[in-house]
Design a protein. Sequence first.
Length: 186
Amino acid sequence: MRFGPAAPGPLPILVDGRSYALVVPDGRALAGIAAAGQWPQIVPGLLSDADRVEVEERLRDPADRLGLYACWRIVLGLAPEVYGVEWWAAQRLCALAQERWRDWSAWCVGHGLDVDTASAHRIVSGVWAWIGESIQEEKDLHAAEREIFDPPPELRRTRTVVPRGFSEEELAAQARQLAAYSDEPQ
């Protein structure tokens, strides 16, 4: 069993019951993809050559269920494996580091984080630590946490992604637990 997010190299993924190989690049390349918001560079872009050709053919086939929306959903599922956080959080954190590169780079030097050799999840964690160090009040930290880690409104509105604990299954399980508590003798 692997500890933590994926390291550079092949990462097996399953799509429609078929195994594909995602070739995870170095952390800087992945951080650049996230900062630019270019999720298609992950799927189909980072698939092995043969797998990428097959997926691109499937994308061109109007009868195939695999479309760009499906690829986007695959990237949403892969992001925690690759970045250690959800896609939108990786995108926001990496974009902020790129936007304020001088400050971010200085922080990295002061803390011994070598962005040239760090994995994507280490870069993302470093950006979050950099942000956290500059926040004084706990309420401001919670606000920053929500701003970075909460799903974008369109994903919440369509219920494509819901905050942990609020999926239909989780809400039903919570309701069953509450009902069980009320049935217990006092």
